[in-house]
Structures are given as C-alpha cells and as structure tokens.
Design a protein. Structure first.
Length: 132
C-alpha cells in the first residue's frame, strides 16, 4: 500500500498496476495487479486519487485555464498537445490537468502554407496608470 501511495504522486491507476507487475508484486491470491485492483486498494485504504493530488497542488482544468486565457477549452487542449501549456495526465482515457499559466497572455499563431507562426504564451506587461 505504501508503494501505491508513493506511485500515485506521478502515475495514474493503470500505470501503477503495470509498474507493480513489473516489480513482481502480486495480490493476496498471487494474481497480477489490474486497473480495478489498484482502484480497490486505493479506495479501501482511503488514498487520494491522482486527480485529487494534482488539484491540491494547484493544477487547473482545461475550462479554468481557458477562462484565464480568454479562449475556449478545446484551444487549451490543443495548446497542451503542442506542448505550449504544461499538462499532467490523471486518468487512463487522456484526461489532463494543466499547470496555471500565471501572468501571461496568449499570442495567437498565424497559419500559412509555409509553416506560419505557432501560438505562444508571453508575459503580460503591467500597465502603469496615472501621471509620473
């Protein structure tokens, strides 16, 4: 159980099952671990899921990041696939949470037949108001 708790910091349930099997661990019946068996152990011992751990560390959903950047969620997912936004997988079916982008704004790319310009995040400048 301690090993599962440690692995939950960096892996989802399916990856944990594969890693336990690689290390030669078996359940009490001598059977290899599966996704469902890891989920059962995690729930039985009250271990937090990968999703819960990532949320507690400040990771955001695609919708939350989209709201911060002023774009739609599908744009955030696309930026994550391109590596522009840092993302962390938390489930087996391609579900991700994103690192908060911070004080940045999105500069949109420009497509062209010769490659164009990729979108990128740039640091937002603070506006100084008033007379100096």
């Amino acid at each position: 159980m301690a090993l599962i708790n440690e692995l939950l910091e960096t892996a989802n349930d399916r990856q944990i099952a594969a890693r336990l099997n690689e290390l030669g661990h078996r359940n009490w019946r001598g059977e290899p671990f599966t996704l469902k068996k890891v989920m059962l152990v995690r729930r039985t011992y009250g271990l937090k899921s990968r999703y819960e751990r990532l949320r507690e560390s400040g990771m955001l959903t695609g919708e939350e990041v989209a709201q911060q950047l002023g774009v739609c969620a599908s744009t955030v997912h696309q930026l994550g696939r391109k590596g522009i936004l840092k993302r962390h997988r938390y489930a087996t079916n391609h579900r991700y949470l994103y690192q908060p982008p911070g004080n940045v704004r999105l500069e949109k790319g420009a497509g062209s037949r010769y490659g164009g310009r990729q979108p990128r995040l740039i640091v937002a400048q603070r506006l100084q108001q008033g007379a100096s």
